[in-house]
Design a protein around this ligand. Structure first.
Ligand SMILES: [Zn+2]
Length: 63
């Protein structure tokens, strides 16, 4: 998983961790990060519910 400064893990859904971090403008972003090293998927969302939805629907590229 990519290194993220100030990443605070909030919850975990399957292989995906949901957490918050600050972007360069100091705004809180909700990130969904797959913990499968061979997948490497991650994305930022403006709300935690959106990040949760993405985590639930995420399908790893590797099994
Ligand atoms: Zn994945």
């Amino acid at each position: 998983m990519p290194a993220r400064d100030f990443f605070h893990s909030v919850m975990r859904i399957g292989p995906v961790q949901i957490g918050t971090h600050r972007d360069r403008r100091g705004r809180t972003k909700h990130a969904a990060v797959c913990t499968n090293d061979q997948c490497g998927w991650s994305a930022d969302y403006s709300s935690q519910s959106a990040a949760q939805l993405a985590a639930r629907t995420h399908r790893c590229r590797v099994s």
